[in-house]
Ligand binder design. Sequence first.
Ligand SMILES: Nc1ncnc2c1ncn2[C@@H]1O[C@H](COP(=O)(O)OP(=O)(O)OP(=O)(O)O)[C@@H](O)[C@H]1O
Ligand SMILES: [Mg+2]
Length: 195
Amino acid sequence: MEIVYPDGATPLDPDEMEGLKFAHIETRGELDQLEQQNIQEGFNWLARQRKYNDFLTEAFLLELHKRLFGLVWTWAGRFRQSEKNIGVDYLVIGIELRNLLDDARFWLENETYGREEFAARFHHRLVKIHPFPNGNGRYARIMTDEILKSMLHVEPINWAAKPLGTDGEHRQVYIHALRAADANDYSALIAFVSN
Ligand SMILES: Nc1ncnc2c1ncn2[C@@H]1O[C@H](COP(=O)(O)OP(=O)(O)OP(=O)(O)O)[C@@H](O)[C@H]1O
Ligand SMILES: [Mg+2]
């Protein structure tokens, strides 16, 4: 299958493509649809979670990715083993995630940031680490919402108001805002999540 990637996406290497659980996928549209069905299953699972009362743990981070993508990809829920155009050196993913979880816990305990700035900073740090071969954007948006709801006790971000799946106006604004955040300017990303 030939995949055309939108701006700001991470291409899969041949090993990772091998992890596709369906043999007869011809187009990116078919793959998107399968992933979307899997994500819906993952949402159903998430809604039933009682065993996690603390979502800021590595165990939860990994299990959520597996629940969102594990029906489609064998490597779901496991850290990437290759370098990407986005993301930290794959050898330090675990360390960087631990730092992020510690920081997020500190921000919550000290009420460092309000809803939008917490969301912008947490989301950006998670996608910047880029823990997995694929699905990081969608995963990190869902993960951010879960922390907002269950630990900050505020409304999740209305991501659906600005569809990001394909190249378009919203995706361009979003990717530009992430790049500004890479340079430590969070204003555009805070504006993006404020809706
Ligand atoms: N410069 C950047 N800095 C930080 N994060 C970035 C940057 N560029 C892109 N990203 C994030 O990486 C995501 C793409 O990674 P990946 O392809 O693994 O995720 P995805 O869920 O498959 O894709 P998408 O969210 O684009 O549908 C983008 O959605 C965005 O969240
Ligand atoms: Mg992708």
